[in-house]
Design a protein around this ligand. Structure first.
Ligand SMILES: Nc1ncnc2c1ncn2[C@@H]1O[C@H](COP(=O)(O)OP(=O)(O)OP(=O)(O)O)[C@@H](O)[C@H]1O
Ligand SMILES: [Mg+2]
Length: 364
């Protein structure tokens, strides 16, 4: 088991920088998820840890040991990819036993390790089957089993369940997290799916265009995004953004939009750091921090029109049309407003964000 540290790590392909000055500390035994859209540098980062790509600049450390120049086979890491690459002519048992055989371990020990891993992954009854006799989820469990029999220092999982169907993905999220907790092995897990990262990781590293945007717990990344990009990427349905102005109404700062005005709380005012009156800001508010009704409430409300309703089982998402934008509101499935009808949206005053309109940096 190992602690993994990235120190000013760069990956360049010719002139193109795929990973820029990456700094992450992943404690021993913890679960780090690298999250970001396609092409942001996730796999490049992973491949540098595995030793499959040269590190262009900076250092990667396992505990206190710099591993930049260590051969892949000496790094003691086990990788699982989206493409699980099982040997088609070998049984599940032989597939899982293979890494141990290659290391010259003796038969009884191999049998022991494979049986234990198969039990943990609940594939003990499949050991005699060939890969073509397995479902996608079962194959993926065999691939994970093959990684865990070795008891490596570190797991590197690169989108291991991306191609599975939604239900199986949800199931595997739980299984992988449970497996990692049980074994206590440090995990670096790459995904473009924010739900996967949110539900499994101790720490999420959010990447965009090769740069680390934010490193934090799932709660921190969700509740205190450092910029508008992270705020928009994390959370489903996505955060709503509205361009607003800060105005001064008799000494009281207000967030003003053509459709509404919202008084800032004292602690929110402090966070504006002097970006005072008349500054343009982007307001960010998640669909679950809004409430909708068909009658005008007592508190100040945004007036709009129902655009469309989407029923998502236990919740309903209502898209509301304002004069110059559309916003999404999460509400109860009983909501009865029909498209075209006037409606009123109120904002939870503790749960909205303001971002610098130019840099995207969060004020709060
Ligand atoms: N061998 C290579 N040579 C040149 N450019 C590369 C090479 N490998 C990756 N890149 C580029 O580096 C960037 C990051 O690629 P990487 O594979 O790390 O992205 P990713 O975040 O894993 O994306 P995905 O989610 O699609 O797997 C991309 O723009 C990609 O085109
Ligand atoms: Mg990738």
């Amino acid at each position: 088991m190992a602690r993994v540290t990235f120190r000013n790590v760069w990956k360049k392909y010719g002139e193109f920088a795929a990973v820029k000055d990456l700094n992450i500390d992943c404690p021993d035994g913890s679960f780090l998820s690298i999250l970001g859209p396609s092409g942001c540098g996730k796999s490049s980062t992973m491949r540098m840890v595995a030793g499959l790509e040269h590190i262009s600049a900076g250092d990667i450390l396992f505990d206190d040991r710099r591993i930049n120049d260590l051969a892949p086979k000496d790094r003691d890491v086990a990788m699982v990819f989206e493409n699980y690459a099982l040997y088609p002519h070998k049984s599940v048992f032989e597939n899982m036993a293979n890494p141990l055989k290659l290391r010259g371990q003796e038969g009884a020990r191999i049998k022991d390790r494979v049986t234990q891993a198969a039990k943990l992954l609940e594939i003990g009854h499949l050991l005699e089957r060939r890969p073509q006799e397995l479902s996608g989820g079962q194959k993926q469990r065999v691939a994970i089993g093959r990684a865990i029999v070795r008891e490596p220092k570190l797991f590197l999982f690169d989108e291991p369940i991306a191609h599975l169907d939604a239900k199986l993905r949800a199931h595997m999220r739980g299984e992988i997290k449970h497996m990692q907790r049980t074994l206590g092995t440090t995990m670096v897990y790459v995904t473009h799916d924010q739900l996967e990262a949110m539900s499994m990781a101790d720490q999420i590293a959010v990447m965009h265009e090769g740069e680390l945007q934010q490193l934090g717990s799932p709660r921190e990344v969700y509740n205190k995004p450092v910029n508008a990009w992270v705020a928009g990427f994390v959370g489903e349905p996505a955060m709503n953004f509205l361009t607003c102005e800060i105005t001064n109404a008799g000494g009281k700062l207000m967030l003003t939009h053509p459709d509404f005005a919202l008084a800032l709380k004292p602690e929110q005012m402090k966070c504006l750091n002097g970006a005072g009156t008349a500054a343009t800001v982007r307001m960010g508010v998640r669909p679950d921090a809004l409430a909708i009704s068909m009658t005008r409430p007592a508190e100040p409300a945004i007036t709009g029109k129902v655009f469309v309703n989407e029923l998502l089982g236990g919740d309903m998402i209502v898209e509301v049309e304002l004069a110059d934008a559309r916003i999404r509101v999460k509400t109860a499935p009983e909501f009865a407003g029909a498209p075209g009808e006037a409606c009123y949206v109120t904002v939870n005053r503790d749960k909205w964000h303001a971002f610098d309109a130019v840099t995207g940096k969060a004020f709060f």
